[in-house]
Design a protein around this ligand. Structure first.
Ligand code: NI
Length: 255
């Protein structure tokens, strides 16, 4: 079973003690490809450095809504510059996060999100969108950039929102929370999402799936997500892994 983890933060401090060891172990564990999305300028540079070091790692670069405090022209120019790197395959992780009180003001998040969507349109790159408790605004804003496509990472919206995004050509990301007991909407969303628009992601080091919930996550836990989603879709894990791997390659332009 060959897997593509389209969202894992190996530049995160949680991997400081053993980053190279974990990343080197992935191909033998069946994880053939990884996309590491940056969250600010420094972590985007770190993601690119990992992509340079490991053949199976690709980078996305961007300013995450939780990490965009004080960002301006200089940071956005840095993201633009990094987009020229041959292993940068997307702009992300970008979006809106209305969950945490201490996040940057919502209007500022929206401005930074819009500027990065405009950049993606200009550079013809896909985007990786983070949308937490901001479904209405996220859906409305991406509608203003009709030429831009990508993935709603760890999708947590309603089936209606999923249907709208699918109609517009977006991919939906499925993560560890689909294995949690309280996952109610996820099976409904999975039911209406065609196989060819699904991606599987770990969001490592966060969101470890059951039975690893609460521990540090890494891409070797992706099979738990694949197995859950395959069961819901009534296909084998191998078939689901194959399809999501192809989808990731298609979205991010990999051969
Ligand atoms: Ni993430």
């Amino acid at each position: 079973m060959l897997l593509f983890d389209t969202h894992a933060h190996y530049d995160d401090d949680a991997f400081a003690p053993d980053r190279a060891e974990v990343l080197s172990a992935l191909p033998a564990a069946g994880v053939a490809l990884v996309v590491d999305p940056g969250c600010d300028a420094a972590s985007s540079r770190a993601a690119v450095a990992l992509a340079e070091q490991f053949p199976h790692v690709y980078a996305a670069v961007g300013l995450h809504p939780e990490n965009c405090h004080g960002a301006g022209d200089a940071e956005l120019e840095e993201i633009r510059r990094l987009c020229g790197h041959k292993k940068v395959v997307a702009i992300g992780e970008i979006g809106l996060d209305y969950y945490w009180q201490e996040n940057p003001p919502r209007d500022f998040q929206r401005e930074i999100f819009r500027r990065q969507l405009a950049l993606a349109g200009e550079l013809r790159l896909p985007v990786i969108v983070h949308d937490r408790d901001a479904h209405g605004d996220a859906l409305a804003i991406v509608a203003d950039y009709l030429e831009v496509r990508g993935v709603f990472h760890c999708f947590s919206g309603s089936p209606e929102m999923a249907a709208e995004l699918l109609k517009r050509g977006w991919f939906l990301g499925f993560d560890g929370p689909i294995t949690y007991k309280n996952a109610r909407r996820a099976p409904e969303v999975a039911a209406i999402t065609p196989l060819e628009r699904m991606l599987v992601e770990t969001d490592s080091p966060y969101l470890a799936p059951v039975p690893c919930r609460g521990k540090r996550n890494d891409s070797r836990n992706l099979p738990y997500i694949v197995e859950t989603l395959a069961r819901w879709k009534g296909i084998s894990p191998e078939e689901l892994a194959r399809c999501t791997c192809e989808n990731g390659k298609r979205l991010f332009g990999l051969e």
